[in-house]
Design a protein around this ligand. Structure first.
Ligand SMILES: [Zn+2]
Length: 312
């Protein structure tokens, strides 16, 4: 999960603003217990909608906001962060009045949006004695509000100290170890609800592939690429790595963490990032890092855009 800044409602196309406002006004008068009316209203809106779908798909860079998988516009889903229909999974606290609120709409894959994952599940941080979210906020991290890098951290140790591959833990995600209790609860709940470590074939293995590749490429680049290693599709290494790290590319969160580990390698975390940093320093850190940035100018932008400004 990666932070995605949301544009203001007023910046949306006028026709979309009008449609959301009109349907939102009607939704405020739907009885929250009337699930059929809620679903009917949403289906009616979606039947003629392409503006909202286009906007969310672009804004979330074609990836699922929760698990960072790539999506197709036709087969992705619009998720209601605060569920629209009340049911037992959300303590009967879905809210049809939020059904057309711009800030409540999130682009997601069908798995995250589906029954086995988030779907219409939601828990709140404060519940009263009847389990109602009286004053509470959702426990799930909102990628448009919070920067997940402040809450979640990936295990980037591909090989353990015995030289054995960490098949299970490599690229798994965990709460950062410096969180206060309330943030820790949010991080844990997010990992649990979205099953970020449980979707082994569809998610974990694909994250592992990405980071494994990235690490190899950066290692090769920093040491001078062997002549027999060529990117697929006739691309140059710079083009390949640029695509690999573009904002549309899946699983940027662990990639971002890896680049940060390298970038901040004056005081590196334990493990391979430190080894790499030591190696780089031995050869002259700037000597390696500068050509890397020169070779891939977009890497400097990537670092600038989504690595450096961390608000914490
Ligand atoms: Zn997803």
């Amino acid at each position: 999960m990666i932070h995605v800044p949301r544009c203001q409602f007023q910046q949306l196309e006028r026709r979309l603003q009008r449609r959301l406002s009109k349907y939102g006004f009607i939704a405020q008068h739907i009885d929250p217990k009337n699930k059929e009316a809620i679903e009917c209203s949403w289906k009616k809106f979606r039947k003629k909608d392409h503006l909202l779908c286009d906007k969310l798909y672009q804004m979330f860079h074609t990836r699922c906001a929760y698990c960072e998988s790539e999506t197709e516009q036709e087969s992705g889903a619009i998720d209601h962060f605060w569920p629209k229909s009340p049911n037992s999974q959300n303590y009967q606290h879905g809210d049809p009045a939020k059904m057309f609120e711009w800030e409540n709409l999130v682009w997601s894959c069908t798995i995250c949006n589906g029954f086995s994952c988030k779907g219409s599940r939601m828990h709140w941080d404060i519940l009263d004695h009847r389990h109602q979210p009286a004053l509470g906020n959702p426990l799930l991290l909102n990628p448009c509000v919070e920067d997940p890098i402040c809450y979640l951290e990936y295990d980037l140790e591909e090989i353990d100290t015995q030289g054995v591959l960490n098949h299970v833990s490599f690229c798994s995600v965990a709460p950062r170890d410096d969180l206060i209790d309330a943030d820790l609860e949010k991080a844990r709940y997010t990992i649990h609800l979205l099953r970020l470590n449980k979707r082994v074939n569809t998610l974990l293995h694909r994250r592992q592939d990405k980071i494994s590749h990235l690490r190899r490429w950066i290692n090769d680049l920093s040491r001078g690429v062997p002549a027999n290693v060529q990117p697929p599709g006739g691309l140059t290494i710079a083009q390949y790595l640029t695509n690999f790290l573009s904002i549309q590319s899946p699983f940027l969160a662990p990639a971002r963490q890896m680049l940060l580990d390298i970038h901040w390698s004056d005081n590196p975390p334990p493990g391979w990032a430190r080894d790499l940093a030591v190696e780089w320093r031995k050869q002259g850190y700037q000597k390696i890092y500068d050509p890397l940035i020169q070779c891939i100018p977009s890497l400097a932008n990537v670092m600038q855009d989504w690595c450096i400004p961390i608000s914490r």
